[in-house]
Design a protein around this ligand. Structure first.
Ligand SMILES: [Zn+2]
Length: 223
């Protein structure tokens, strides 16, 4: 059965990756800038991310397929599998946009709240749903305090993403929430130390934090 779940997840992830690639291409622009169009004709890029007969953007389908396949195996046969597959697709898209332009667009993070709540509610575990709500407030609140305490560190996009991740981690349990939240800072610290030692960055550089939050949550969910 595990093989069936992994394969179905991989196929679903490949299909979702086609849409994800279009989103990354369109939305990886500085804040306030219009969506990026087709590099040839400048026209709008459709949801299948094709224009002028050419496939646009990075090849992220394989990453999305791997993430969704792991979600399918981790939550095989459980009703919350769709919610975590959705989070996986969203996470890949957000991480790539954050790496490219250091922002997490509201157009992706804000709709993720109602979608994720609806998918988790459909799983029908009310105790877990209540804990998800508290996890959302806890992680989002912690990031809000950190962002206010040190302006220029965490951005508003990071705070909004923290609320989304708090929903998913809180659904799983308090240990997952604490581990997932803390791992982001551990991973950021380790990566910064390695890049500093390799002289790839200086102390003045700030790395995009979104990918570390997402990888931290991914590890906590996977374990
Ligand atoms: Zn075109």
């Amino acid at each position: 059965m595990t093989v069936v779940w992994a394969l179905s997840g991989a196929v679903a992830g490949l299909l979702a990756g086609v849409v994800g690639r279009g989103l990354v291409h369109r939305l990886a622009v500085p804040g306030g800038a219009p969506d990026r169009g087709c590099p040839r004709c400048g026209g709008p890029v459709g949801w299948t991310s094709r224009c002028c007969g050419r496939v646009l953007g990075p090849r992220l389908e394989l990453v999305t397929a791997a993430v969704v396949a792991s979600a399918a195996v981790r939550f095989a046969g459980r009703p919350e599998v769709v919610a975590f597959a959705f989070l996986g697709v969203l996470g890949v898209v957000l991480a790539l946009i954050d790496v490219a332009v250091e922002r997490l667009p509201d157009r992706l993070t804000l709709p993720a709240y109602p979608v994720l709540v609806a998918l988790l509610a459909a799983a029908g575990d009310w105790a877990a749903l209540g804990r998800a709500g508290l996890g959302c407030l806890a992680l989002g609140g912690a990031y809000l305090v950190l962002g206010l305490a040190r302006p220029g560190g965490l951005g508003p996009g990071d705070v909004k993403l923290a609320g989304v991740l708090g929903l998913a981690l809180g659904w799983l349990g308090w240990p997952e929430l604490v581990v997932g939240g803390a791992l982001a800072f551990v991973l950021l610290g380790l990566t910064s130390a390695v890049l500093l030692a390799a002289r790839r960055i200086t102390l003045r550089d700030a790395l995009a934090f979104g990918p570390f939050m997402l990888v931290g949550a991914l590890v906590a969910i996977a374990l």
